[in-house]
Design a protein around this ligand. Structure first.
Ligand code: HEM
Length: 452
């Protein structure tokens, strides 16, 4: 018990409690809460121990940071003192000595891939596609009494994203890839008890089935290769054919899984949260509608679709998006591992310990955001809206800054344009905030959408 509570350290550990042996403080950490504020687990410990504290989750020692300087340091030291987490298969395949170089390679591969597929050049071409999808979905939804917004937007965004990244077309596919992701997500940050019926078990099963589908798709593509590189599979097959590549089929499938997951779930939560904020703040809806109606009025040819110039002119919309992701805190924790003993502000973080940067604490800091729980897009007026800072990390920071940010913003802005110019909407039921340490969203928000 003494050793559990006082882990070995060549210096002074940050203060905190390691909880009970093995269990640590896992149960307290997983307790859901319904506030938009900093999770009570974090708030209570910051009050007691200060902005950097230690704890233990699911058997692993963890340092939690709400300190802007330490967060910044962690992001800047990516690959040197800290490393982000990737699915475990590659450690098993390669053994410990190669993990560093493989990790760097995987990161670059993933980043280049996303930039190829949904980077600036392709985004321009994508506007009309996103507009067409949003228009069709909204028309369908307006024929229904009400829609469960989170699920419907997730299905819309998944179709858009999976089509871009892996040419997956849900309508022409027998098995439903998204359903497997849903099972995976629901148990992603749950207590790791792998027995039939638990969320964790469903999560593992969902991942297994999704991986099997991706594997079949890759094999099909291998049998029918294409000349032009248009999606993730094309790039993977090219890389696999190279001599001396670090990529294996297994790693490629892992990356594909991570990418699909990190792209569609986040964006659909962001859109659902955006609508929830619009419902609660009619004056914001008014300003947003005004901006988008202005775009239509200024258009010379009313039959034309949205243009890149029009998209870039949506100043208030970009402020609105930033405020949405600040308050929604879609990614509640960003995890790293310390590669060696690290000294910071008099504390020592032992090598091998996990570190969690806590964006909600940063985004709800009253010293940086006046009245932090108020939804106020105007607070972003004249602020830099792209990139990250010590006080804004909804899309991460440093080397690992989200490569899908522009794609997400485009999808959100175009969807909002279609919504506010043609439809009215009202809440029918649900929509309370339910937060767990995993992904979080307004729970079961049903809205009715009617044509103007
Ligand atoms: C609202 C939407 C989104 C949010 C809030 C979000 C958030 C984040 C955050 C916080 C990180 C940093 C993770 C870390 O440092 O460990 C990240 C990285 C990343 N995101 Fe996003 N993201 C969003 C949308 C997307 C989309 C649409 C894509 C792909 C098309 C995407 C692909 C990625 C990739 C590839 C990384 C880098 C992963 C790595 O370096 O290991 N994200 N995102």
């Amino acid at each position: 018990l003494y050793r559990w509570r006082n882990p070995k350290c060549n210096g002074k550990l940050p203060p905190g409690s390691m909880g009970f042996p093995l269990l640590g403080e896992t149960l307290q950490f997983f307790a859901p809460n319904t506030s938009s504020d900093v999770p009570p687990f974090i708030r209570n410990r910051v009050d007691r121990y200060g902005p950097i504290f230690r704890t233990s989750l699911v058997g692993r020692p963890l340092i939690v940071s709400t300190d802007p300087d330490f967060n910044h340091f962690i992001f800047q030291q990516e690959g040197y003192l800290f490393q982000s987490w990737y699915p475990s298969t590659f450690t098993e395949i390669f053994g410990r000595q190669n993990v560093g170089s493989l990790h760097g390679f995987m990161y670059k591969f993933l980043k280049n891939m996303v930039l190829h597929l949904v980077g600036p050049e392709n985004l321009r071409k994508m506007i009309s596609e996103v507009e067409a999808v949003a228009t069709t979905r909204l028309r369908q939804w307006s024929c229904l009494e009400s829609v469960e917004l989170k699920d419907e937007t997730a299905s819309m965004i998944f179709d858009l994203t999976a089509k871009k990244l892996i040419s997956y077309d849900s309508e022409n596919s027998g098995e439903n890839l998204r359903e497997n992701f849903v099972a995976f997500i629901q148990g992603l940050i749950s207590f790791p008890l792998n027995v039939f019926g638990t969320a964790y078990n469903k999560c593992l099963q969902g991942r297994k089935r999704a991986m099997r589908m991706l594997k079949n798709m890759l094999q099909e593509r291998r049998a029918n290769p294409r000349k032009e590189h248009m999606d993730f599979f094309d790039f993977v097959l090219e890389e696999l054919a190279k001599d001396g590549t670090l990529l294996t089929e297994e790693i490629a499938l892992d990356l594909m899984f991570v990418l699909l997951f990190s792209s569609f779930e986040t964006t659909s939560i962001a859109i659902t949260a955006a609508i929830k904020f619009l419902l609660n703040n009619p004056h914001v809806l008014e300003e947003l509608t005004c901006e988008h109606e202005g775009i239509l009025k200024a258009r010379e040819n009313p039959d034309c679709g949205l243009t890149w110039g029009e998209y870039k002119s949506m100043t208030f919309t970009f402020q609105f998006i930033n405020e949405t992701v600040r308050l929604a805190n879609i990614v509640p924790g960003i995890f790293r591992k310390a590669l060696r003993d690290i000294q910071f502000k008099g504390y020592t973080i032992p090598a091998g310990w996990s570190v969690m940067v806590c964006p909600p604490a940063v985004h709800l800091n009253p010293e940086k955001y006046v009245d932090p729980l108020a939804f106020n897009p105007w607070r972003w007026e004249k602020c830099e809206l792209n990139g990250a800072s010590k006080h804004f990390m909804a899309f991460g920071g440093g080397m690992r800054f989200c490569v899908g940010t522009d794609f997400t913003k485009l999808q959100m802005a175009v969807f909002l344009h279609c919504l506010v110019t043609k439809y009215r909407f009202k809440a029918i039921k649900g929509g309370n905030i339910v937060r767990t340490p995993g992904l979080q969203f307004p729970d079961g928000l049903h809205v009715q959408i009617v044509e103007k």
